[in-house]
Design a protein around this ligand. Structure first.
Ligand code: TRP
Length: 455
């Protein structure tokens, strides 16, 4: 079953373009605040070790499976499943991915918009001489506003749409090739600043010193869940991107390189954040407050703090943008290919409708704070449904599809580029996608719905 590539289909033009786009998707808000915090609180070096095992043993094989489906299918996530299993309901997995993309982008773009506000606040010296309590109040009053957060979110969506509308080679590839090196440079500058602060060692040891007493079954599930989100798995993002890969691309090698890049950036983010947190005697707090409240507090205590603050929020915005592009592309490719729209119309339709949902997510911190569905505000509901339900389910069906439905011969043909590459890892890979990954993903799924979701 070899599907011919349609002559008008866009594609990536270079090996570096593929890595930049896929690593750009993977590296995002998940790496920069979530990873360091989880690592610090869950046994430091010990958690890092488990995280690495999750990435290598499960993340890489799942990524290879998404790559195989997309490049074989030569279509968007929905269309690829449909092409590979005509008349079977597997296309539902692709459809679920499109819905997940809608939900993720709606809430992710709200947070991405905040990074733009904070760039402006840094360069206009708004953090100078503010106490942590003041920073907290101004953050809360900003996100609960009616217009400012929404306007920034719409600007962020417009930036994302402007890149996606230009196409795969001239939009996504061109900009991720430009933005990813900038991101690496900015992160290195901030790491250097951070590790040269007095008292930086305490932060590094918080991050790296293995404390095996903190490792429990729950930690392992955390690590696996974080690996999935961080590597952009389970939603068809990488199926969609792989449909633009060339026939000679080594899928297994690319999966290893992208996972490695994502992990290195996550670790560097920890090296950037924790020495500063400890040098200024700040409690390593969690989530958005670390990034939007604690860090501005730290920056204003540093010489040249406004500059480092601005660099940091530019970094965050760039990381978010290369991720939002990849999420929007899932919906755009689906609209373009299944509804037969031009790329321009598909991008407009996708981004405008996602923005409308996004406005509700933004407003759920302010005017819509009391509007709850199943006890959750719009933002939390979208996050929960996508991250805790749709992504793990998508991941599960992706490995079941490759492990049990798509035949071993076809999978081997795709991963070996029709026998041009040696695939000595193949038996181990098949064992993982058949048994290890489905069981592990089922465990995270049950955990996150019944324990995480209620907790
Ligand atoms: N991986 C990105 C991050 O770490 C977020 C992201 C982009 C994502 N595309 C995705 C997560 C697809 C899950 C699925 O921030």
């Amino acid at each position: 079953m070899s599907l011919s590539q349609s002559p008008i289909r866009d594609s990536f033009g270079s090996k570096f373009g593929i890595i930049a786009a896929a690593a750009g998707s993977a590296v995002g808000l998940g790496n920069i605040w979530k990873f360091p915090y989880i690592t610090g609180q869950n046994g430091g070096g010990a958690f890092l070790l488990i995280y690495l095992l999750c990435v290598i043993l499960i993340g890489v094989p799942v990524m290879m499976s998404e790559f195989a489906i997309g490049r074989r299918g030569q279509r968007n996530a929905f269309g690829s499943f449909k092409a590979l299993s005509p008349n079977k309901p597997w296309y539902m997995v692709g459809l679920m991915g499109v819905v997940a993309a809608f939900f993720i982008l709606a809430f992710y773009s709200a947070v991405a918009g905040w990074t733009l506000e904070y760039i402006v606040q840094s360069v206009t010296h708004r953090f100078a001489n503010q106490s942590t309590a003041n920073l907290q109040t101004s953050f809360n009053s900003f996100i609960s506003g009616t217009y400012r957060p929404v306007i920034w979110q719409l600007i962020f969506m417009a930036l994302t749409a402007a890149i996606v509308i230009a196409g795969v080679k001239k939009g996504i590839e061109k900009y991720t090739k430009l933005l990813m090196p900038i991101l690496v440079l900015l992160i290195l500058i901030l790491c250097l600043r951070s590790v040269t602060l007095d008292g930086a060692m305490a932060g590094l040891s918080f991050l790296f010193k293995p404390d095996f007493s903190k490792i429990t079954g729950e930690t392992i599930l955390f690590a696996l869940g974080q690996a999935f989100f961080s590597l952009s798995l389970g939603m068809g993002t990488l199926i969609t991107y792989a449909s633009y890969f060339g026939k000679n691309e080594n899928l297994a090698l690319t999966a290893v390189q992208v996972s490695l890049a994502d992990t290195i950036i996550a670790v560097l983010a920890g090296v950037m954040i924790f020495p500063a947190v400890f040098a200024f005697n700040i409690e390593p707090a969690s989530g958005p407050s670390l990034v939007f409240i604690t860090l501005p507090g730290i920056f204003q205590q540093m010489p040249g703090g406004d500059i480092f603050g601005a660099i940091f929020f530019v970094l965050l915005a760039v990381a978010a943008l290369t991720s939002t592009i990849s999420v929007l592309e899932v919906v755009v490719a689906y609209f373009a290919e299944e509804l037969k729209l031009s790329r321009k119309k598909a991008t407009l339709l996708a981004s405008v409708s996602i923005a409308v949902l996004g406005i509700f997510a933004s407003l759920s911190f302010g005017p819509l704070a009391n509007f709850k569905i199943f006890g959750k505000g719009v933002f939390d509901l979208l996050d929960f449904t996508a991250s805790n339900v749709l992504l793990p389910l998508g991941g599960l069906f992706i490995v079941l599809f490759i492990g049990w439905y798509f035949t071993k011969d076809l999978t081997r043909a795709e991963l070996s580029n029709e026998n041009k590459l040696r695939v000595r890892f193949f038996p181990a890979y098949i064992f993982i996608v058949r048994f290890v990954a489905p069981l592990a993903i089922t465990a995270i799924f049950i955990y996150s719905i019944f324990i995480g979701g209620l907790g």
